[in-house]
Design a protein around this ligand. Structure first.
Ligand code: SAM
Length: 238
């Protein structure tokens, strides 16, 4: 997939730069997320949870859990355990405060590309807006495949590119101009919110992402476009 796009142009690895970026924006992350999406991101996570509920998973792993919004949404399914992992300590700190009243959720500092779990452990693995930030996407997906039980499913929620020309025009204006400007003002990280549209632009979506899931070993892959194709949920089975 060529040289990865990195948040800051430094000698650190993409993983280190991504962790620093999310450490920098952790305090304003939730506010900006809901503000920029006008709350639609919550509906997208809820949709993922609704689809996941059809398989009635008991042990769930949420990779790149960040401030744990998806892990919290997953408690609706009454699973026995939800483990959330992330490489950003500060995002997890925010997540830990939010999940105090959810005893089924456990948050851990861990790399999604080297998951500290045995093979065939989880009924379901989810990842929302995380895979695009991985340094090594296919090995990352292969790790999720490894820790899933046979027949278990991965649920990937990720930005995609709208196809309708009118929606595209409004979306790109908003995403490439308004969002970086406001993001810089509020988060105080000049790069985080210009990295976001750039990373979405170059990240494979639709059929191309389905191919990556296939390379990683998944089968029975489905894509569900959300809100004019601005985001997509990919569901795939081990
Ligand atoms: C855009 S946030 C998404 C957070 C959360 N899933 C949500 O829906 O709001 C992306 C998260 O991915 C995490 N991340 C990036 N690369 C990772 C990796 N290799 N392993 C674990 N987490 C990673 C970042 O630290 C960040 O918290």
């Amino acid at each position: 997939m060529g040289t990865p796009l990195t948040p800051y142009n430094t000698n650190e690895s993409k993983k280190e730069q991504v962790a620093s970026m999310f450490n920098n924006v952790a305090g304003t992350y939730d506010f900006l997320n809901h503000f920029f999406s006008m709350g639609i991101d919550k509906l997208w996570r809820r949709k993922l949870v609704k689809i996941m509920g059809q398989s009635n998973p008991k042990i769930i792993l949420d990779v790149a859990t960040g401030t744990a919004d998806l892990a919290i949404a997953e408690t609706k399914l009454n699973p026995e355990k939800i483990i959330g992992v992330d490489i950003s300590e500060k995002m997890l700190e925010v997540g830990k405060t939010k999940t105090k009243q959810y005893p089924t959720i456990e948050l851990k500092l861990a790399d999604g590309e080297q998951l500290p779990f045995e093979n065939n452990t989880f009924d379901a693995v989810s990842i929302a807006f995380g895979i695009r930030n991985f340094e090594n996407v296919i090995p990352g997906l292969a790790e999720m495949h490894r820790v899933l039980k046979i027949g278990g499913k991965v649920y990937v929620l990720e930005f995609s590119k709208p196809t309708n020309w009118f929606i595209k025009k409004i979306y790109y204006f908003y995403f490439c101009n308004v969002l970086p400007f406001v993001g810089k003002l509020v988060s105080k990280d000049a790069r985080a919110y210009s990295y976001l549209p750039e990373s979405v632009r170059i990240f494979p979506d639709g059929k191309k992402f389905v191919e990556l899931l296939q390379y990683a070993g998944f089968k029975k892959i489905e894509c569900r476009q959300l809100t004019f194709g601005i985001s997509t949920i990919y569901i795939a089975e081990k």
